[in-house]
Design a protein around this ligand. Structure first.
Ligand code: ADP
Ligand code: MN
Length: 177
């Protein structure tokens, strides 16, 4: 098969952003509205052991990017996926038709992450990640600029609006000729 021709008939969307910006909430609402498949990469890493162990300093699993990509390849080729992860530079560029970077006001994010139990350097690292727009930069360096979009995710209204516009986009998407 010619690798340059996209055979999928439904789009793949990447939803990325700093932890706490609403990726999982947005992705599951979008999956419900579009019947696309929600792939929560963090959950998959834990369930299928796609990691190289627990990093006590980072307080998270060390994701094995090759194992994750191998695990997702067939589904991504099939199309119709919403991939939810706080990183984006190790996925193949050809996988995605749209890359959404969620962004949250850092005082709002601070409260969300504190409520989630984040403290100390885990909390401050994530707030810094948001302030310096690390995920937006990573997305812009990894994907064509016309498919990358930053969306504000401060309030429930933002989620509703984002899900509505992404649903409209997904419904009108068709394979490039
Ligand atoms: P992520 O998957 O990016 O880590 P979640 O979707 O798990 O983020 O959201 C983290 C918490 O913040 C949840 O309690 C969720 O309800 C809340 N939240 C996320 N986005 C918003 C938003 N736009 N408005 C209000 N609450 C939000
Ligand atoms: Mn999540």
């Amino acid at each position: 098969q010619n690798g340059s021709i996209r055979s999928r008939c439904r789009p793949n969307i990447l939803v990325t952003g700093t932890p706490g910006t609403g990726k999982t909430t947005t992705s599951s609402a979008l999956a419900e509205a579009t019947h696309l498949r929600h792939l929560n990469v963090g959950d998959l890493v834990r369930e299928k052991n796609l990691h190289d162990g627990w990093d006590p300093e980072l307080e998270s699993y060390l994701i094995n990017e090759d194992l994750v990509c191998d695990e997702l390849e067939d589904l991504m080729e099939e199309g119709g996926n919403i991939v939810d992860y706080h990183g984006c530079d190790f996925f193949p560029e050809r996988w995605f038709d749209r890359v959404v970077v969620l962004q949250t006001d850092n005082t709002v994010l601070y409260d969300r992450l504190s409520r989630r139990g984040y403290t100390g350097s885990k909390l401050s690292n994530n707030i810094e990640c948001e302030i310096f727009q690390v995920l937006l930069q990573e997305a812009r360096e990894s994907y064509p600029e016309d498919i990358v979009m930053a969306l504000k995710s401060d309030t429930i209204e933002d989620i509703t609006r984002n899900v509505t516009s992404l649903t409209d986009w997904a419904r009108s998407w068709h394979p490039a000729s």
